[in-house]
Structures are given as C-alpha cells and as structure tokens.
Design a binder for this molecule. Sequence first.
Ligand SMILES: Nc1ncnc2c1ncn2[C@@H]1O[C@H](COP(=O)(O)OP(=O)(O)OP(=O)(O)O)[C@@H](O)[C@H]1O
Ligand SMILES: [Mg+2]
Length: 216
Amino acid sequence: MTTLVEAAVPAKNRHTRKRSAPVVVAVLHPKGGVGRSTTVWQLGAELALRGYSVRIEDLDQGAHLSRVFDAYPLGLDNLYLGGDAPADVVLLDTAPEAQERRALDYLRRSDWVLVPVKGPEIDSVQALPMLMGWITQVPGVRLIGFLPTMHKQRRASSKYWLGQLKRLAAEHGTRVLPPINDMASIADKSIAGHPYAGVAEEVRGLCLEPVRRSRT
Ligand SMILES: Nc1ncnc2c1ncn2[C@@H]1O[C@H](COP(=O)(O)OP(=O)(O)OP(=O)(O)O)[C@@H](O)[C@H]1O
Ligand SMILES: [Mg+2]
C-alpha cells in the first residue's frame, strides 16, 4: 500500500532537505467528531510522501490517533508520532475544545491553523465565529482555511451549509478548501485514493515552501 502511494508522488516533487525549526500547523475546531484526527493522519502521510519529515502530536486525551498510528503503521520512515526528533512540520491533533484558554494554548504554539468543518452542517459551521474570535486573539497565527470533511455533495443540506461556510469565509478573509468526500475514513487503514493530496499541496505551497526558500 505504501509503495503504491509513494509511486504517486514523483521524485522531483519530494522535498529532501532537513530544517531546524519546524512549521507548526494546528488542526482545530471546537466540536468533536469533525475530522481533526483523520485530517492530521492523512495530511501527515501525504506530506511525508512528499519528502518532508513530519511529526504528529496527539494532544487529545482520547488518544484515538495514537491508537490508529500504532495499530496500522503506514511504514513511512519520516512520519513520526510524538518524540522530539527534528521535523520540517509538526501537525497538532487537538481535542474538541469549547474552552477558550486551551484553544489559545494550541494557537500560541502554532504558525498556521487548519479548520476541518464536518459536512458542512449546521453545528460545525455555527461554532466557527467563536473559533475565529480565538484565532484573532493570537497575532502571528495564520489561517490556511476551512476544510469541509465528510462532504456529501448531493445532499441539499450540505449544499446549503457549504454556501454559508463560503459566506463566513469571505467575511473573515479566508477561504474554503475543496471538500473532502465522505470516503476518507481512518478505518480504511490506508491513504488509498489520496483524498488529502490537494490539501497537502496547499500546505506545501502556502506554509512549507516559502520557509524552505527563505533558508536556501
Ligand atoms: N472524510 C471522511 N469520510 C468518512 N468518514 C470520515 C471522514 N473523516 C472522518 N471520518 C470518520 O468520522 C469520525 C470522526 O473523525 P475523526 O476521528 O477524524 O474526528 P475528530 O474531530 O478527530 O473526532 P474526536 O472529537 O473524536 O477527536 C471517525 O469515525 C472517522 O473515521
Ligand atoms: Mg480526534
């Protein structure tokens, strides 16, 4: 499985250089079950396939991601869970966080934040103004965008809430990334189909390449 996905990323697109200070990306949303852990796992694997060394930090006491990581290793040498080995990028898998103080702690550690939005559906969209309020309190952290997850494109409510999400994104000067469909489950135990390849390219172009260029 890993061999197949490695073949999907041309060698010329793989980054091989090691850096000292990692770029830190928090994957954050106030509600539970919106796709944070799946996003971290899949995005981490995609970035590792592109040659970055990636450290995942599981900050959720539920430790769902840690269990998946141990039980279904993807076999990527440059994708780590925890530890303090040097990395190009650190992905923070956060707990559902309705508490401002803890959310601010995550954000203060981060250079970027990526916001998975389940559906989109009413609850996951309506929690966003609160999250945006937290993000604006932390100067220096930048928003990659809203990432619809588990998206059922033919469902009328998904269309409606995707429209609302785009409106909210425009109000806050951010954007909605192309939705991840509802087939990206961690339960598949592989990244077959590469649902997060587009997100990985966004993160590479926006967050990682500028840093690499500034250091060469
Ligand atoms: N794109 C997707 N398609 C289908 N199922 C998905 C997708 N993303 C996540 N899921 C499933 O939805 C559930 C919640 O996803 P996940 O664990 O990633 O969310 P979370 O925000 O980390 O949740 P928690 O609050 O438990 O930490 C899981 O069962 C996961 O397998
Ligand atoms: Mg989780």
